[in-house]
Design a protein around this ligand. Structure first.
Ligand code: KG4
Ligand code: ZN
Length: 472
């Protein structure tokens, strides 16, 4: 059973395969046959590359000479694969930013069943649909693997079991068709997809990245080089939206955030006076664990029963729930506003030429978030860039696009072997910071409890660049 419905843009249609669980969403943007790719890497030259690391899909600087991006732009075609959390996504994107296809299979039913992402079940769900999602992305782009210039895949941060499914698939495709492979940082992809949407957006710029697992504010100096001005000391804002939705008995099938946003429209946002987190911390860090507790207590005080879905609640009960949703949303976003304001001041001191602030990640689809942050950003004479909601939540386009950006400057791995053993050790990075922490912004609360597993993307890229410079 296939149901077809149109989104706001008539150029974009979306098919929803309701019969399949997890449901499969397809988006097809343009159906032109891509121009032949510029063979920056011919199969024969690709296989001759010096392998920088034999068991890795990590982003490495290869020995390939740099080629001006303008010469490559239209010829490149990259497949992007994303499986870091609960969405299995793939997309095909051209070097000029044209989205040839976008396919997402979401684990909505599982999310509703477990009230959150259960890693083992999520891994199994990814494994069930990954081949179909990738094949659909190729078919809908009207390309075959032979038309691709490279395969890009998220290698971290995220759930290890889930990342593995995407990386394994990417390596299979790349190995079978002798394609280079680009390991992508999930949060960098959330930020960089804004450059596909807004062509004026050049470095340096700021980015607030707000999702289910991350809440970071960074200064993007160059491709791959970020200063982290702030992060969360505990939970991310998306997690707080999801728990609020669950405790309010909302329908989690589209994830909690959209459900809270919708119900909040009916409520009075000043009816419950939640405290704004970290008021006394003059830094750019975030905390949502305390707000979650405040919400839980308010729900208990009003004797709201989450087992009774909001759709069956009495009028008064529904009103109570809506008031909590609206009050929570107001304070959760106020916390973002306060920290963003300070972060912009800090960033402008470090890089006075900044003109843009990107807000991306799943929570950036929220209209209230966009509206409030736009005021803050405009007051500081910057321009807000928010990708459309379909590119804010996890998707394959952002991975393909980020892969393209790195591929152009020669950062990729050579094709993997056609066959890899089942016990092959993949380079996946579940905990992988994006940037180096800004010393002034370091939080006492956080430095006590976090252990880094991987050096940040920024430090890896800096080390690679230094190594290259010393070699030339
Ligand atoms: O970036 P994303 O798709 O996946 C992660 O990397 O985590 O973000 C998912 C998060 C979820 O917590 C979801 O509830 C939240 O984004 N979200 C929203 C909205 N749409 C998605 N939160 C608030 N309002 C929304 N409209
Ligand atoms: Zn994400």
């Amino acid at each position: 059973m296939v149901r077809l419905f149109l989104t706001l843009s008539p150029a974009i249609s979306r098919l929803s395969f309701l019969a399949a669980s997890p449901s499969l969403r397809l988006q097809r943007h343009h159906f032109h046959k891509p121009k032949p790719k510029i063979s920056m890497i011919s199969p024969s030259s690709a296989s001759n590359f010096q392998r920088t690391r034999s068991c890795s899909t990590g982003t490495r600087v290869s020995s390939l000479p740099k080629i001006e991006s303008s010469k490559l732009d239209d010829g490149l075609v990259v497949l992007g694969i994303e499986t870091s959390c609960d969405d299995t996504a793939a997309a095909v994107v051209r070097g000029n930013g044209e989205i040839l296809s976008q396919v997402i299979s979401s684990q909505a039913e599982l999310l509703a069943q477990y009230g959150g992402v259960a890693p083992k079940q999520a891994e199994e769900a990814h494994s069930r649909v990954i081949d179909k999602v990738v094949q659909d992305a190729l078919d809908r782009a009207n390309v075959t693997e032979k038309d691709l210039s490279a395969v890009a895949v998220t290698i971290g941060p995220g759930l290890g079991l889930c990342l593995r499914v995407g990386v394994q698939k990417a390596r299979r495709v790349a190995g079978a068709f002798n394609l280079p492979i680009v390991g992508v940082h999930h949060m960098e992809a959330h930020a960089l997809v804004a450059r596909l949407v807004e062509h004026e957006l050049s470095f340096p710029f700021m980015a607030l990245l707000i999702s289910g697992g991350h809440n970071i504010i960074v200064l993007a100096h160059k491709l791959g080089q970020y200063t982290q001005l702030g992060t969360t000391v505990d939970d991310a804002i998306g997690e707080a939206f999801d728990k609020t939705a669950k405790w309010l008995g909302l329908d989690m099938r589209r994830s909690g955030g959209p459900a809270v946003e919708e119900l909040a429209l009916e409520g009075d946002s000043k009816s419950v006076m939640f405290n704004v987190p970290m008021k006394n911390h003059k830094d750019c860090n975030f905390s949502y664990a305390g707000l979650k507790t405040q919400v839980r207590l308010a729900i208990a005080a009003r004797e709201i029963d989450a087992k009774c879905p909001v759709s069956s609640a009495t009028k008064a009960d529904r009103r109570n729930r809506a008031d909590i949703a609206a009050s929570f949303q107001r304070v959760a976003v106020l916390h973002l506003e306060e920290k963003c304001e300070r972060a912009i001041d800090w960033a402008l001191k470090l890089e006075p030429s900044i003109k843009h602030m990107v807000v991306s990640g799943g929570v950036a689809s929220n209209q209230y978030v966009r509206f409030r942050l736009n005021n803050i950003v405009e007051n500081k004479n910057l321009k807000l860039v928010c990708p459309p909601p379909s590119l804010c939540t996890d998707n394959g386009v952002m991975v393909a696009w980020t892969g393209l950006e790195h591929f152009r400057v020669g950062r990729f791995d050579p094709p993997p072997p056609a066959m890899e053993p089942d016990d092959f050790m993949y380079d996946i990075r579940p905990r992988w910071p994006l940037g180096e922490e800004y010393a002034q912004g370091r939080s006492e609360a956080r430095s006590m409890r976090t252990a880094r597993v991987h050096p940040s993307l920024t430090s890896i890229i800096r080390a690679d660049s230094l190594q290259q410079q010393t070699q030339t």
